[in-house]
Design a protein around this ligand. Structure first.
Ligand code: ZN
Length: 229
């Protein structure tokens, strides 16, 4: 008891500046305390485009919502339902401060990726930079507890073919941070999360069940995440 009190005094003392290790320790405690109170998983409904288009707003799925593992169906018609859903996705992204988004993250079973305001409908990666140019990033994801960070290897450049929400085909080449962000959202559209990119199973202080939930399927999910075919 006396030792515990002494530690508190040491950490709180204004005459003993915190070293980097202690600062990290305090940050970890603070993040864990906040996130344990606020991280609440969702179980969003599985929505078709037509169903999504009848709604006023779309919510974000939060791990381990099963909808996050959905492999999105291709969009068959560029109609009013698609236009309305893309507008709802843009509004959801703005509300959550997301720079990018896949429709599956809102429970919508449709191959749609947003990057900023730009919609990629039925996107496919038609070319990638060479494997020797893979870049390492540290990524987070709004669908995952906030203490989860994963080192990923992403293509330096990807060429993407897609259509606009109006059905107009286009091809674009994204590089650097834009390529990374698109790849993150493209992963969501095929049910892949950043935790699948990790060599080992990822753990979360904010959601302690994560490691146990992921471990049995991690090797298979990692193969899918690393596949660059
Ligand atoms: Zn994400």
């Amino acid at each position: 008891m006396r030792r515990w009190a002494a530690s508190v005094l040491l950490l709180a003392s204004p005459t003993r500046p915190l070293d980097v290790g202690r600062r990290d320790f305090l940050t970890t405690i603070s993040v864990a305390t906040q996130t344990r109170q606020t991280w609440t998983p969702t179980a969003l409904p599985h929505l078709s485009l037509d169903q999504a288009a009848t709604l006023d707003r779309l919510d974000f799925a939060r791990y381990p919502d099963p909808i996050l593992r959905l492999e999105a169906k291709p969009v068959r018609r560029c109609d009013a339902a698609l236009a309305k859903t893309v507008a709802l996705l843009r509004a959801a992204a703005r509300r959550h401060g997301a720079q990018g988004l896949a429709a599956t993250q809102c429970g919508v079973d449709a191959a749609i990726v947003l990057l900023g305001d730009e919609a990629f409908v039925n996107p496919t990666i038609v070319a990638r930079s060479a494997e020797a140019r893979l870049r390492c990033w540290t990524e987070r994801c709004l669908a995952l507890p906030p203490d989860v960070r994963v080192e990923t290897l992403r293509d330096e450049a990807v060429t993407v073919a897609a259509t606009t929400a109006a059905g107009v085909p286009f091809t674009t080449t994204l590089t650097g941070a834009a390529a990374r962000q698109f790849s993150h959202e493209y992963d969501h559209a095929r049910g892949v999360l950043i935790i699948d990119h990790a060599y080992d199973t990822v753990a979360s202080t904010a959601f302690p069940a994560m490691a146990r939930l992921e471990e049995p399927l991690h090797a298979a999910r990692r193969r899918k995440a690393w596949d660059r075919a």
